[in-house]
Design a protein around this ligand. Sequence first.
Ligand code: ADP
Length: 253
Amino acid sequence: MKPPIQDLIADLPETIIHHIQHLERMRQDFVANVSHELRTPLTVIHGYLETLIHQDLDETKYLRKIFLQMHQQTLRMENLIEDLLLLSRLESEEEDDDTEKSIVNVPKLLKAICKEANTFSGEQKHSIQLKVEPKLFIEGNAFELRSLFSNIIFNAVKYTPAGGNILIRWFNKNNSVYFSVKDTGIGIAAKHIPRLTERFYRVDPGRSRRSGGTGLGLAIAKHVLLRHQAKLDVESKVGVGSVFTCIFRQPSK
Ligand code: ADP
């Protein structure tokens, strides 16, 4: 049997012991969070299946409602697993791994994401405006950039009440390239802003889950930015709205 970790690290310098203990706590929190996130949709599906097994249901309308709910919950688990896999891939790869990089036509990419965001908004009829410099391309990983831009744009839709405005901009200033998304949404109190890119950190977990959020979107965004030598700036006011800006310190291509 392996000796407990405390015995193995007992003779190390105190700063290293603290670091190892911190990593161990992070690992435990992560496993607890993932288990909780997966258990919730499974409990819902389990409940519906029990109803189907034990009751004599022949009302098509009712059955349809049950199947819709179960479908929604399986989608939720699928999204979570996809985000977890992407996050673990981003974390394990080298920061300066250039193998998958190419010149990315960001204006075209943003146009496509914008269309998806309009579909996602649906009945909520947000006004989504796109202002881009049409010839502004950058070097990067197209798949990762798509994930970064989608997460920020879809968040603007998720956290902005129906009929609100969302402005997406892509522009060049002082040798840096900016991606910015401004919304007239619920906003974020200042104390939460430094923690938004932590895995599973949500200001309002209920609202996030109802809108299909995994709590991993901005953690993914943080890693994509790191791998593109870019940084994130968030400005927000509760009840007024937010501006998420990604700054790429590279000349346009
Ligand atoms: P989620 O899947 O919960 O949206 P994210 O990692 O993408 O996870 O975002 C973390 C949290 O940041 C969200 O749960 C939400 O509380 C907050 N947030 C992100 N974008 C916005 C926004 N545009 N307006 C208000 N809150 C936001």
